[in-house]
Design a binder for this molecule. Structure first.
Ligand SMILES: [Zn+2]
Length: 262
């Protein structure tokens, strides 16, 4: 299902002590917290799926999980630092191949996509397996994604070269949410907190939509003007709400599985 990246030999050393800066350390902890909570909530898939984040202050490098480790095993220091050419600059191991080929290209080609989270989380993925639009605008939580969702209809098998990542990056436009048909989802954001917040609520929105669809009754869709208005209302406080959401996740984990910070 997944492949380790056959990366070229890594450059031997960290090129900069800035990789040890507090902001980088904080990014590692934030990202590790997302892995742990995603694992707890069943949003993971074995040793597949990947979250990445551009190293603060270094637009040519990104943090990503190493291949072979489950989300529940990720710690701040276990995350790899990679460049866009497939070199592991810091850390033990290599990223999963599709992690590199998709995430590196998205980070490189879409400047605002500092964070890129890719999962096969079951509810959202189930909707990505249907003909037509995956999300319907029938629930308030779904409206958070009303104006920034893209559907990639072109399933191309495993992304084992740069083309798939380039294609996704080129079609992403202003969207933060990409439903990858027949595959899963990708969420991009300007911060780890925003990507986490979107990933979490996307799965919740998909879950309740599936429950509603399972009744076999017709879904009551919110009229377009109201959907757009509610979306605008929700987006107003989203950045702060996302920050608080991640703080809450970190508090819970600090109490119950503090090794994620190591
Ligand atoms: Zn995938």
């Amino acid at each position: 299902m997944a492949h380790a990246l056959g990366a070229p030999a890594a450059p031997a050393i960290l090129r900069n002590t800035e990789l040890d800066a507090d902001t980088v350390r904080q990014a590692r902890v934030d990202l590790a917290a997302c892995f742990r909570m995603a694992g707890r909530l069943g949003m993971h898939e074995g040793i597949c799926n990947h979250f990445s984040f551009v190293v603060p202050g270094r637009d040519d490098l990104f943090l990503v999980n190493p291949y072979g480790w489950a989300f529940s095993e990720i710690t701040a220091s276990r995350l790899l630092v990679c460049d866009f050419n497939g070199h592991v600059v810091a850390g033990d191991g290599v990223p999963e191949a599709t992690a590199f080929f998709i995430h590196a290209r998205v980070h490189k080609n879409v400047g605002r996509a500092k964070a890129a989270f890719h999962t096969h989380m079951p509810n959202a993925t189930a909707l990505a397996m249907l003909e037509g639009p995956p999300l319907v605008w029938a629930g308030q939580t779904a409206l958070k994604f009303y104006g920034r969702t893209m559907v990639d209809e072109e399933y191309g098998g495993l992304a084992l070269d740069e083309q798939e990542g380039d294609r996704i990056a080129a079609s992403i436009g202003d969207a933060d949410i990409v439903f990858m048909k027949n595959h899963g989802v990708m969420v991009v954001g300007g911060s780890v907190a925003e990507a986490w917040d979107d990933l979490y609520y996307l799965e919740r929105a998909a879950e309740v939509q599936r429950m509603a669809m399972a009744t076999g009754r017709t879904l009551k869709v919110v009229p377009e003007a109201m959907a757009a208005r509610t979306y605008a209302q929700m987006r107003e406080g989203d950045r702060e709400s996302a920050r608080l959401h991640l703080e809450s996740v970190k508090r819970i984990l600090a109490r119950e599985e503090p090794d994620f910070m190591h």
